[in-house]
Design a protein around this ligand. Structure first.
Ligand SMILES: [Zn+2]
Length: 154
């Protein structure tokens, strides 16, 4: 399967249609994985080191930690990128347990496998970024639909 097909299949499997909200997406990912999904901003996780977000699998939940960004869209893209890895079935088996992670001082061995943006050359990263872009477009679509609704009925 080529990347384009992989991406389309992952997005279609959400069965959310073309337009949905961020909250709809979180619910769909939780349903898919049968686990709680929590998104947490780490003020101390800088985007120096190329680290924008990381997905941690704990016993009971999926945790997406992301760097602070003044741009909501930027921040959303970090998080959607991690969701994309989940939807694509990446990261199984090689995740650290959260007990190893002393937040906010993320140890070196974790740092080494953080999902850094400079890894965009691998097929996995390209697919994840592409899924994230599609998700972002659908969420943007829902924001537009809502503002049109308000224009007419507000
Ligand atoms: Zn990635």
């Amino acid at each position: 399967m080529n990347i384009e097909q992989t991406v389309s299949t992952a997005v279609a499997s959400l069965a959310l249609g073309n337009v949905f909200t961020f909250d709809d997406l979180v619910r769909a990912v939780q349903d898919r994985r049968q686990r709680t999904l929590r998104v947490v901003e780490l003020a101390d996780l800088g985007d120096h080191d190329g680290i924008c977000a990381v997905w941690l699998i704990t016993e009971s939940e999926d945790l997406v930690l992301h760097a602070h960004s003044d741009s909501v869209l930027h921040r959303q893209q970090f998080v959607l990128h991690e969701f994309a890895h989940m939807l694509l079935g990446h990261g199984q088996g090689d995740e650290c347990s959260v007990e190893d992670v002393l937040l906010p001082d993320i140890p070196a061995h974790t740092r080494g496998r953080l999902l850094a943006r400079q890894d965009l050359d691998s097929d996995r990263e390209i697919a994840a970024e592409s899924v994230a872009d599609r998700l972002a477009a659908s969420i943007r679509g829902s924001a537009l639909a809502e503002s049109r609704y308000l224009e007419i009925f507000g």
